[in-house]
Design a protein around this ligand. Structure first.
Ligand code: PNS
Length: 161
């Protein structure tokens, strides 16, 4: 049983994330989406909201599970008996940071390796931060997130006003 973990903030999940999830779910038996629950990092959606949004967004992918975690990613991987960490690479600018994390994680826990997926071209420029910023100024984000996520974004922004 090959279990992979796709960790991230997912604040909120974008079509770029969804693309990686669908592709990664084809190469592992089980893919656990690990939503970082880090109170030090300011997020728009609470971890519980992010988990619920991702569950709804991935409900048609049978081998995907969604959970939040805090602490070290490699410890969460151990706890879940996962040996693969999945990450997406958009541009060369992602590479240095991702390489550093992957190498550190493997040093700390050699049983866990990182598998990178290059994002599909059409999503290579999308990030949760840009989607949030765009939505906050009333921009149309329908090309970047699912209709459900768009609804959640609009509701959250209204709630915060
Ligand atoms: O979507 P993000 O914010 O780029 O994801 C970053 C994430 C969650 C993969 C990274 O911050 C992480 O693994 N955090 C958990 C704490 C940890 O293990 N840190 C060590 C690597 S910096």
């Amino acid at each position: 049983m090959k279990t992979g973990i796709y960790p991230g903030s997912f604040d909120p999940i974008t079509l770029g994330h969804l693309d990686i999830i669908k592709r990664a779910a084809c190469v592992v038996d089980k893919l656990i989406i690990g939503v970082l629950n880090n109170s030090a990092k300011k997020s728009l959606f609470t971890p519980e909201e992010r988990v619920a949004i991702i569950r709804k967004t991935t409900s048609d992918i049978p081998n995907v599970e969604v959970e939040s975690f805090n602490g070290l990613l490699v410890d969460f991987a151990d706890q879940k008996q996962a040996h693969i960490i999945v990450r997406g690479l958009r541009a060369i600018s992602d590479f240095e940071y991702e390489l550093q994390i992957a190498q550190t994680n493997r040093k700390v826990n050699p049983k866990v390796d990182t598998m990178f997926f290059t994002t599909s071209e059409e999503y290579s420029y999308i990030s949760s931060s840009i989607v949030k910023e765009y939505a906050m100024y009333g921009g149309d984000v329908s090309q970047f997130v699912t209709p459900y996520v768009e609804t959640c974004l609009k509701a959250k922004i209204k709630e915060n006003r």
